[in-house]
Ligand binder design. Structure first.
Ligand code: ZN
Length: 386
């Protein structure tokens, strides 16, 4: 049995209506840089106004930074950090989905540290330097159920010129406070609900598959998979189903904890390569496209892990039952027919994607139970391609 290091120092306020507590809960500073996406949803749904009002009630000033893209880029991290420094913000509040919250974390790092964010990133052309100063404190308010970033120390940012999409983190990058209010998720459209729900699912499933999985991470990951298998189709079909939204939100937060104490595996590295070259590809969609080929490859290499995952998904406790249960869940969520070619990924570029995955996020390959060669990685890409 593997041991574990359970360190998740984030206060998590979870439940319908919890956003209201932002107006009275102790905050880590008196002037927030509020980070939101460049899209309109935070304004249109009234979430931004609500958060700004609650901050005022809590005697906290706010400066807005609203440039974050769905696949967040380095340039906006540096811009946001410059605003935080110029405005002398003393904490960063991310409001939105995973890309916004990851950007908030990276901005918190660069608000206090010299140089460029890529100097500190570990992987690809990143400089892998240790942080000089602790980041500003981070508060997250998540409006989607996908990345689990509210409960982990990771941020995934793309260096757009170098086509590197890399997850980087440090223990200082755990949020000090995260508010998970499923009422903020009722407006997420069906397609995105499915993509994000599957991202959470794979954080959990890869966490079970990773060689560092422990009884503690299994507890969280298998529960997360159970909840997603049971409730994600309902949340996709009826976005106003508050119970389904809450259960999927819980699954997502649990999967964030899994990322904190276990790890993702090479599937995530492979998807990051796909969306580094094709930034319009949603991360969850890329994972779905890879998943049947990826998990089929590993099924006979870790049969006991696959039996446990199949059982958690409500299927027979047999290694061969996991992939069929996964495909059934994809059909129930209307995402079984996704194709790489629809996003412009050609068969010819698959070797390049394999090389990018192995060089930028090779650390995840090291946590697989079976060490993939370059040829294995290309073969999985080829088998997933359509
Ligand atoms: Zn992910």
């Amino acid at each position: 049995m593997n041991g574990f290091d359970f360190f998740i120092p984030t206060r998590i306020l979870f439940g319908a209506g919890k956003l209201a507590e932002l107006g009275r809960t102790p905050l880590p500073g008196s002037k927030a840089l509020v980070v939101i996406s460049a899209g309109q949803s935070m304004r249109r749904n009234g979430y931004l106004d609500k958060v700004l009002t609650l901050l005022r009630e809590n005697h906290t000033e706010a400066v807005l930074f609203d440039r974050i893209l769905p696949n967040p880029i380095l340039r906006h991290v540096m811009e946001g950090a410059a605003v935080a420094r110029n405005e002398q913000c003393d904490f960063i509040l991310g409001l939105g989905g995973g890309s916004t919250l990851d950007s908030a974390k990276a901005i918190a790092v660069m608000a206090t540290n010299p140089g460029n964010y890529w100097d500190y990133v570990n992987g690809g052309s990143g400089g892998a330097k240790p942080l000089v100063h602790p980041p500003l404190p981070i508060v997250t308010i998540t409006t989607t159920a996908g990345t689990g970033t509210e409960a982990d120390p990771w941020a995934v940012i793309t260096h757009e010129e170098r086509q590197e999409k890399i997850g980087f983190g440090s223990p200082d990058m755990f949020p000090v406070l995260s508010i998970v209010d499923p009422e903020l998720m009722l407006t997420v459209p069906p397609r995105l609900t499915a993509f994000q729900g599957f991202d959470a699912f794979f954080h959990a499933a890869e966490g079970v598959l990773a060689s560092i999985a422990s009884p503690m991470s299994d507890l969280l990951a298998l529960k997360s998979m159970e909840l997603i298998a049971r409730y994600l189709p309902d949340a996709v079909q009826d976005g106003a189903n508050a119970e389904a939204r809450a259960q999927v939100a819980l699954a997502n937060t649990l999967s964030g904890m899994v990322e904190s104490i276990s790890s993702c595996t090479s599937e995530h590295a492979m998807e990051h390569a796909m969306s580094a070259f094709h930034p319009e590809l949603p991360h969850g969609a890329g994972l779905i496209m890879l998943s049947a080929a990826y998990f089929s490859f590993f099924a006979d290499k870790a049969p006991e892990r696959f039996a446990a995952m199949a059982r958690a998904m409500g299927a027979a406790a047999a290694p061969g039952a996991m992939v069929p249960a996964l495909l059934k869940l994809q059909r129930a969520c209307g995402v079984a027919e996704l194709k790489m070619s629809d996003y412009g990924i050609t068969e010819e570029e698959l070797p390049q994607l394999a090389d990018n995955a192995m060089s930028t996020m090779g650390g995840l390959f090291a946590l697989d139970r079976y060490r993939l060669s370059r040829e294995d990685t290309i073969a999985i890409f080829r088998s997933a391609w359509k």
